[in-house]
Write a protein of this length. Structure first.
Lengths: 435, 435
C-alpha cells in the first residue's frame, strides 16, 4: 500500500495474516477483480498459481522469481508451459526473472529492494521511461541519473509473454513519456522490433548487451535469450533511427541529454566551444569531427563584441579560449554573445574552475540563466570532484546536462543533433550540414 | 618559502619590500647563486630580465607569463629573441605560457593558483609524474586522480627551450617516478620523441590534443605549436609502446591503473569477470574482445568450488553471475577461488550493491583484502553515486583501481596487460594470447 497499490490481497498457503491483512490460500478465493498479481514464489510452484490467476481473469501478472528459461532445460519447459497456459487469455505476464515495474504517476513499485538501496530520482517532470531486460542495469541507471525525472521503469526479464517491442509500443503512446531507454540482450522478434522502432514518435536509446560471440552463453543463462550479431543489430538500429549507446556510460549520458534538453530547438550542427582554458577547448573541438558536427565561424559582430570584453585578445577563434585572466562575468558575457550569433546552432561550455578570477558559485548561477534564456542547446562539462558534484546537480536540476569531460559532452550533443537531423523533426539547411 | 623554497629573493623595480623581504631591483644585484628564477612579468619586459639572469648564471628560469609564440607575430619574435639569448648558456628555460612545476619530494610549487583551487593528492607513495603543455589539463588531472600519488607536475607551455622529450628523458631516470603521463598538442621534434619514447623503462601515457584538422589553429593560439596528423602520431605511439589515451577520461583512467597496479604481475590475458548481476557481467565481458583479452575457462576444481557456494547454480560460466540471492560473503569466497585458478590471469570485479543480501561496507573491506593477498591484477567497477564515492576512495587508497563502468574497467585493464605484453617485461606463453 505504501508503494501505491489501492488494495492488496496477500496470498500464502501457510499464513493467516500478513501485516494485519487477511491472507488468502489461493487467488481463486478472492472475489474482486484483480488488476495485477505479483508472483514471488519459487519457480516450481508458479505454474499452479498462474493457472488459478488465469481462471480468475487476473489482468496482469509479474513473475519476479527466477529459475525459468535462464536456468536450463527444466526451466525452459516450465516457462513454455506457462506461455501455453496464458495463450489467448486476457492475462498478460511480465517476466519471469525480473524486478517488475516502477511507475511514478501511479506511485507504484514492485521492486523488491530495500528502500535505502532504491534511488528513484524525484523531479517535477518525469519524462524518461526505462525498459531493461536486466534488473541490475535498470537500478544502476536510476543511480546514474540522479537529476533526470524517471517516469517508469520496467524490468522485463525473460519476456515469456510481454516483450521489449510491446513495451516500446506502449510507451510510445504514453503521453507523459518523452524519451524511452532500453537495455536488451536478445530480441525475440527482430523484424517486429524494427517495424515498431522506425515509426516511433520519440527518441529510443538502446544499450545492447552481449555484443561479442563469447558472451552469448552468458546471455542465455542471464535472461534465456540468444544475443544476436552486434553488427547486424547496429545496422538495424541505424535504419530505424534508434540511438545506439556503445556502453553503459553513453547509455546514461544519452538518456540525460535527450530528457533534459527536450525543449531546445535543433536548427543546425554548427557548434561553438567556449572555455577559459585552451587545453579543455581543444579537447572539446577534437570531439566535433567524430560526431558529425562542425566548428562554426562566428559573425564579425560577435568577434568584435568578444574582443571588447577580453583584454589583449588578438584572434577570436573557435574553440574560443578567453584565457585564465578572464573573470566569470567575462565568461558569461562571451557565452551570451555566442548564443546570439546566428552562425551558432549549439554551444559547448567548458568552464575551468581553477583560474583565480573565477568565482564558481556565481559562474554556475549565470550559466543556468543563459541556458534558460536561449532556445539553443547548451551542454556543459567540468571536472566533477567530490566537492564539486553539487554544481553539476544544480545545473541539471535546471535542465542543463553536465558531462564529465569535453569529449563526452560533444559526443552526447552530436547524438542529440544527429537524431533530430535524421528524423527530420528539426530540419536545417543542408548547406550547413557537414556529414 | 611556504611552498618549499629554501631562500627567496623578491625582484621588483617598484617596491622596497615584499612580505618583509628586501626587494631587489634586478637579478644582477643578488650575489648568491640562483637555482631558479620564476618570471611573472608582462611579456614585453621579459627579454631584459632574461638577459640579466643569463649574465648572473641563473640555472633555470620558469616563464609563467603568456604573450609569446601563442599570441601572434610579435610574440614569436620575442620568443625567438629569448631562445637566441639562452643558446649555449648554462641557463635553461621552462615555458613561457605555463604554470611551471610542482614537486612532491621537494615540496616545491610555482603554480600561481589559490590553494583552495589546487588539489594535489597526498599519499604515502607518489609515483606519477604529469607533464602537460596545458596548465588547465594538469590541474584537472590532479582533481581527477584524488587517490593517485602525484610525484611531479610540469606544465611546460610553449617549449621555447625545455621540451616534452627533455622532460620525459629526465623522469625516465628519476627513481621515484614509476609512471609518466603527458598531455601534448604539438611536438617540436617528432623523431627525437620517438627515439626517447621507444627506449623508456617505464610506462608513458599520452593524451594528444588537437586531433583534427579544424583544431590546428586553436593549438597555435594556445601553445604556439602546430598539431601533427593524428593518424601518424598514433602509428608512432604504437611503434614506441606509448600508451595512447583517446580522451581525457581514458587519460586519467590509464594513469590510475598503471600507477596503482604497478606491483601486480601480468602473466597472461585470460580474464575472469565476476558479478552478482547478470547484466553488469555481460557488459564487462562485451569489453573483453575489443581489448585484445580473452574470457578464460575455469578449471574443473574452481567450478565445483563455486557450485558448492552458490545455491542452485547449474552452470558456472564466465562472466560469472552468482545471482541476486548471493551474500557479500558468497561473493568474496567465489572471488578468492577465481584468483586461485591458474587459468585466470586477472579479475574484473563488478559488485552490484543493490541486492538485499549485500552488506556494502563489509563487501568493500573484503575486496580490499583479496586484492592485497593476490599477485594478480584486479580491477573493480560499480556505480559511484554521490554517497558511494567513498567506497571507491577507500579501495583506491589501498591500490585497487575503481572504474565507473564494467566497460571502462575492462578497457583500462586491457591497456595495462597489453603494455606489459608488448614491452616483454612480463612475457607469457604465446598459446594463451589471443591477439
Amino acid at each position: 500500500k505504501r508503494t501505491g497499490f489501492k488494495k492488496v490481497f496477500p496470498v500464502n498457503v501457510k499464513r493467516e495474516y500478513i501485516f494485519n491483512d487477511k491472507c488468502y490460500k489461493s487467488i481463486k478465493e478472492i472475489t474482486e477483480h484483480i488488476d495485477l498479481a505479483i508472483l514471488v514464489v519459487p519457480a516450481k510452484y508458479s505454474y499452479e498459481i498462474i493457472k488459478d490467476a488465469v481462471e480468475s481473469k487476473v489482468s496482469a501478472i509479474i513473475i519476479i522469481s527466477g529459475g525459468f528459461r535462464e536456468s536450463g532445460k527444466s526451466g525452459i519447459e516450465l516457462e513454455d508451459k506457462i506461455k501455453l497456459e496464458i495463450k489467448d487469455t486476457e492475462t498478460r505476464v511480465l517476466g519471469p526473472n525480473c524486478l517488475g515495474i516502477y511507475s511514478a504517476p501511479n506511485n507504484l513499485s514492485s521492486f523488491f529492494l530495500p528502500s535505502e538501496k532504491m534511488n528513484i530520482p524525484k523531479r517535477e517532470k518525469n519524462e524518461l521511461s526505462i525498459l531493461s531486460q536486466s534488473g541490475a542495469i535498470s537500478v544502476n541507471l536510476m543511480h546514474l541519473l540522479p537529476n533526470v525525472g524517471v517516469r517508469s521503469i520496467v524490468s522485463f526479464g525473460n519476456m515469456a509473454d510481454v516483450d521489449a517491442t510491446d513495451l516500446i509500443t506502449h510507451f510510445n503512446k504514453d503521453k507523459g513519456t518523452k524519451v524511452i531507454a532500453l537495455y536488451i540482450e536478445g530480441f525475440k522478434n527482430g523484424r517486429k522490433f524494427y517495424e515498431v522502432a522506425k515509426n516511433l514518435e520519440k527518441p529510443l536509446i538502446v544499450l545492447k548487451g552481449g555484443k561479442v560471440e563469447e558472451v552469448k552463453e552468458a546471455t542465455i543463462s542471464h535472461v534465456g535469450a540468444m544475443a544476436g550479431d552486434y553488427d547486424i543489430v547496429k545496422t538495424v538500429f541505424g535504419d530505424a533511427n534508434v540511438i545506439n549507446a556503445e556502453d553503459i556510460q553513453q547509455f546514461f549520458e544519452y538518456c540525460k541529454i535527450f530528457t533534459l534538453l527536450d525543449e531546445k530547438r535543433v536548427e543546425g550542427n554548427k557548434i561553438a566551444v567556449l572555455s577559459n582554458s585552451g587545453g579543455l577547448g581543444i579537447l572539446g573541438a577534437d570531439g566535433i569531427k567524430n560526431s558529425r558536427l562542425s566548428l562554426t565561424k562566428y559573425s564579425k559582430n560577435t568577434i568584435s563584441k568578444i574582443k571588447n570584453i577580453v583584454r589583449g585578445f588578438l584572434t577570436v577563434s573557435n574553440p574560443t579560449d578567453i584565457g585564465t585572466d578572464a573573470t566569470d562575468m567575462d565568461y558569461i558575457e562571451v557565452a551570451k554573445y555566442i548564443c546570439d550569433d546566428r552562425e551558432v546552432s549549439a554551444l559547448v561550455l567548458l568552464p575551468g574552475f581553477e583560474p583565480p578570477p573565477i568565482e564558481i558559485p556565481r559562474l554556475i548561477k549565470n550559466i543556468e540563466k543563459i541556458c534558460k534564456q536561449t532556445e539553443k542547446p547548451i551542454v556543459v562539462a567540468f571536472t566533477q570532484t567530490e566537492d564539486r558534484i553539487k554544481y553539476a546537480n544544480q545545473l541539471e536540476s535546471k535542465n542543463v546536462p553536465v558531462f564529465q569531460s569535453p569529449e563526452r559532452a560533444v559526443k552526447a550533443l552530436g547524438k542529440y543533433i544527429n537524431y533530430y537531423y535524421q528524423t527530420g523533426y528539426f530540419p536545417w539547411e543542408s548547406s550547413s550540414v557537414n556529414l
